[in-house]
Write a protein that binds this ligand. Structure first.
Ligand code: SF4
Length: 370
């Protein structure tokens, strides 16, 4: 039978494990300013550390400070984000940087509520910034921490449900307070406070030991009291989101090329799906792509080739993409061009701020043309 945890014992186990096995040399940990921690936390949402590192380095190389980010054009921010997905994160980061310059004198606020009032900063991200960069005692509750707590304390229900989320926050706050009590008399690694070391330890445990698909319970510092392990029900926690089939949408994407092989790109409106990114012209399935060319470019398509269909999954729907490659006879310098539509050489187009499925299509075309 598994004995119940005392919060202090739990916190101590995490702090000790972190001192020996936690990650201490990630790029944002080496110089943990509020700005760097903020950018890293936003990039790490739904994305693994190994994927984030090169994006973080490039982003910091170009935007080393809040003011550099605030001064940038939205297009350039999106370009550095292209491939990371969830582009609302980049747009919010950029908007928040401008608010920090306009309303907070260029410094990220040091109060939880003020941080949470910035676009794209929720309670967990604010807690991470304040604890990892400022040493303050605020809890975090990202996906990794939710999973560890749900298993250790056998918390039923999907962690995204508000009732479950409330319970997890109460637990996270209690444990953080305990970590602050037991850890503040100990030396913590790096320049971290007890709260920072505990929070980083919880994130690292979830990311490296109590992983989603292959939890490694033997060396886990929490195994002695883990309720899920003690009742042989690790796979039960955390519970998945109740499944509803995702709605499907379909669209036709047009890869229009001029006689020089240049491709036509269109920029999306700043908000909404793939807001601000460059994509391909699209038409409804029942509409004719040749008509689109005549209407928007004043040119007839002299070749239309259907390419293999593909599907792209968003969190809330699936998009069936029916791509078509069209050739127009003219050299299309400026034909149909305006602020939101331009012709580009294929290789340059593939390096623009474009969503992953557009990039995949352009790279296929490039490979086919070699
Ligand atoms: S004992 Fe296993 S299930 Fe429990 S927290 Fe550790 S790794 Fe996760």
């Amino acid at each position: 039978m598994t004995a119940a945890w005392l919060p202090e014992a739990f916190a101590n186990a995490v702090l000790e494990w972190f001192a020996h096995f936690g990650r201490k040399n990630l790029p944002w940990q080496l110089e943990p300013t509020p700005y760097r921690v903020w950018v890293s936390e936003v990039m790490l949402q739904q994305t693994q550390v190994a994927v984030v590192i090169p994006y973080f380095e490039r982003f910091m190389g170009r935007f080393p400070s809040v003011s550099a980010l605030a001064k940038a054009e939205p297009d350039e921010v999106l370009q550095l984000w292209a491939g990371l997905g969830y582009y609302a994160r980049a747009r919010n980061l950029h908007r928040a940087a401008r608010v920090v310059i306009d309303q907070h004198g260029g410094m990220l606020p040091q109060e939880l509520e003020l941080l949470m009032a910035l676009p794209g900063i929720g309670r967990s991200t604010a807690g991470a910034i304040l604890s990892l960069a400022g040493g303050q005692a605020h809890a975090i509750l990202d996906g990794n921490v939710k999973r560890v707590l749900a298993r250790c304390f056998a918390i039923a229900g999907w962690p995204g449900a508000s009732r479950v989320q409330k319970r997890l926050w109460v637990l996270a706050d209690d444990l953080l307070a305990a970590a602050n009590r037991v850890g503040s008399t100990q030396m913590q690694p790096g320049r971290l406070s007890a709260a920072g070391a505990y929070n980083q330890g919880m994130m690292d445990l979830g990311a490296t030991v109590c992983t989603r698909t292959a939890p490694d319970c033997d060396p886990c510092p929490l195994s002695r009291h883990c309720l899920a392990l003690g009742t042989d029900s690790v796979r039960r926690y955390p519970e998945s989101k109740p499944r509803r089939p995702l709605p499907r949408r379909a669209t036709r994407w047009l890869l229009v090329q001029d006689s020089d092989g240049r491709i036509l790109l269109e920029q999306r409106p700043p908000t909404g799906l793939w807001g601000g990114l460059w994509t391909l012209p699209e038409v409804a399935l029942q509409e004719s792509s040749a008509d689109w060319c005549a209407q928007h470019l004043g040119q007839a398509a002299n070749r239309v080739e259907k390419l293999a269909n593909r599907r792209h999954s968003f969190s809330h729907f699936q998009l069936d993409i029916h791509p078509e490659r069209l050739a127009i006879a003219a050299l299309a310098d400026r034909v149909g061009e305006d602020d939101a539509r331009l012709w580009m050489a294929l290789e340059s187009a593939s390096k623009m701020a474009i969503p992953a499925p557009v990039k995949a299509l352009l790279l296929e075309l490039l490979a086919a043309d070699l």
